[in-house]
Write a protein that binds this ligand. Structure first.
Ligand code: DOR
Length: 432
């Protein structure tokens, strides 16, 4: 059945649309953006969705999630992770290859795609590993990974410490028209750090990870991108220094893009004083000054995308001493409300700019079919209520490791449509 979304404020950055109008969907495609009176449907009456006082946007693309399947299904599976996405208004996710086994070969990619087809409810785009087993040593068969269906390559969770390996990765990725997503961290400088290196880490007696551990690798990878011409996408930017390096690189026309995660523009390392292990992420929460610079980077276009770095861990794993707990927090269900609450409601970013970083920039950087409402494109749509307030109480994700539990946020998805099918309505998953 056709679907007609009426009376909503339709925002589509690709077509520079921001007005109250209708969107008509037929099967899995967007047919038309326009007023109801102009719209003729194909015989059968369409299902009407009244989006009055709501915002209708291209489905959100989260370019950074960890689904944990295969290997750590107790933390998340493709089934639960994609349901968590649907509730968060996310219609497409990139899943990182640090699973067990690692997504470093064709069979592993095929496994993800098959599982996603059978058990997932949003689009799943696998990211293949740069090096076999994420060892940082031997490159994967990048052409084979591309043929199998990866959208990018990354050793996320681990840096590629060897500069020659990174150089070759950028060269091969360029040959196969892929970008390299870099986890920029100098492991030697991080040592065994568990939080940001700062006055707070000294006070708490916890080992610190200095900003420079990220900055030196961002600088190195920018230099290698300039050398090779390979497209570099820097994951989870957390420091003032990185933002400035990327700004300069863009001025110099080096092919670099990047993302920031909500926890890095909303929280600081002061939060670690609670010893709550849900403040333990990699890269770590930084200082007020870093947060300010990340926001400036989002404002001036240095930071292209907002991504969740959804990293589920079980309560047993997180319920340990700070030193021993794993890094990572869940983020698919808070990606949109944190962006709305901390950037849009505070007038730091316009709604159009925020939606651009969640939809059309990921589309552009990774050359995806989704991410726009242009007629003829895939009918992936998120309908949001930017005024609704809610206290974060629980998650659909299998894991609950979030520092935002108990926080009141504003701006949530009320409907998620994937491939022309309504899969979430008012927080309820409809496909089950
Ligand atoms: O906090 C993090 N958790 N950062 C990463 O880079 C990896 C991730 C994970 O896989 O848990």
């Amino acid at each position: 059945m056709d679907i007609l979304i009426k009376n909503g404020r339709v925002i589509d950055p690709v077509n520079k649309i921001d007005r109250v109008t209708g969107v008509l969907i037929s099967e899995d495609r967007i047919v038309k953006i326009g007023n109801l009176s102009e719209v003729k449907t194909s015989g059968e009456k369409p299902k009407i969705i009244d989006a009055k006082n709501k915002v209708v946007i291209p489905g959100i693309i989260d370019i950074h999630t960890h689904l944990r399947e295969p290997g750590h299904e107790e933390e998340e599976t493709i089934a639960t992770g994609t349901r968590s996405a649907a509730v968060g208004g996310v219609t497409s996710i990139f899943c990182m290859p640090n699973t067990h086994p690692v997504i470093d070969n064709q069979t592993a990619v095929e496994f993800i795609l098959l599982k996603a087809k059978n058990e997932g409810i949003v689009n799943v785009f696998p990211v293949g590993a740069i090096t076999k087993g994420l060892s940082g040593e031997d490159l994967t068969e990048i052409g084979e990974l591309k043929k199998a269906g990866v959208v990018s390559i990354s050793d996320d969770g681990n840096p590629v410490m060897d500069a020659l390996v990174m150089r070759r990765a950028l060269e091969y990725a360029k040959m196969f028209d892929l970008s390299v997503i870099a986890h920029c961290e100098d492991k030697n400088l991080s040592e065994d750090g568990v939080m940001n290196e700062s006055y707070t880490s000294t006070l708490l007696g916890l080992r610190g990870i200095p900003n420079e551990s990220e900055d030196v690798m961002v600088a190195r990878d920018i230099i290698l991108s300039a050398l090779t011409g390979g497209h570099l996408h820097i994951a989870h930017v957390s420091t003032k220094g990185s933002v400035e390096l990327i700004r300069q690189a863009k001025r110099n026309k080096i092919p670099v893009s990047c993302e920031a995660c909500p926890h890095h523009f909303t929280l600081t390392d002061e939060m670690v004083k609670t010893y709550d292990t849900n403040t333990k992420v990699n890269p770590p929460l930084r200082t007020e000054e870093d947060v300010r610079e990340i926001i400036k980077g989002l404002q001036d276009g240095t930071i292209d995308c907002i991504a969740s770095d959804h990293a589920p861990h079980t309560e047993e794993e997180k319920n340990k001493e700070y030193d021993l707990a794993p890094f990572g927090i869940v983020g698919l269900e808070t990606l949109l409300p944190l962006t709305i609450t901390y950037l849009v409601k505070t007038k730091k970013l316009s709604l159009m700019a925020a939606i651009t970083k969640l939809t059309s920039n990921p589309k552009k950087i990774f050359k995806l079919d989704s991410g726009t409402l242009t007629p003829g494109s895939k009918a992936d749509i998120t309908i949001i209520d930017i005024n609704v307030e809610r206290v974060i109480k629980d998650f659909v994700s299998k894991s609950k490791n979030s520092p935002f539990l108990g926080k009141k946020l504003q701006g949530f998805a009320v409907m998620t449509i994937v491939n022309g099918k309504i899969i979430m309505d008012n927080g309820k998953i409809l496909s089950d």
